[in-house]
Design a binder for this molecule. Sequence first.
Ligand SMILES: [Zn+2]
Length: 203
Amino acid sequence: MNTKEGYLKFNCVWEDASFDFPDNLFETINPWRNKLHEKGLVGCNSEGIGYGNVSIKTSDGRFIITGTATGHKKTLSKNDYALITGYNISENRVFCTGRTRASAETMSHAAVYESNGTITSVIHIHQLQLWNNLKGVLPTTDAAIEYGTPQMAFEIMRLFKETGVSRQGIFVMGGHEEGIISFGKNLDEAGKVILEYFKSLGK
Ligand SMILES: [Zn+2]
């Protein structure tokens, strides 16, 4: 049992099997993921730990997300994605199918989809300079709340209720260093908001 109060270990119920991944969705999500990887916004750090993930909603309301431990790969195939078939935020439990398991940050994506039914795409990136610049300027989750906890998911839902985040399409994860999330009615919208801020750094 973790000693941190209210902390529940992320629990991924994984079915190691391929799933039906429509070509049009793959051809939408994959170029964006590769572009974000090229810019270092999704990738893996010097310790080999992957960061950042991209997801897209399916026509039946579930979502497909980049798999865990894919950050080191320059380009991905369909096998590097997982279909989220269900989740329980309070129990910090995710059900997924794929040849790779879903990331511990899946719940943050789920919280965004839960908060606004018009959102079809979510991007989570890591960028220290942007995080420092935008923390407290854009809607920001409470710094005391760590990623991968049910509290983070509830905190994201609070932002949607209490701030203009739906309009802005982007927020900062205050308790997750470097972590920023954007979203949109489509993936281009979610990607563009990130790239515009990234460009503002002169990158
Ligand atoms: Zn992260």
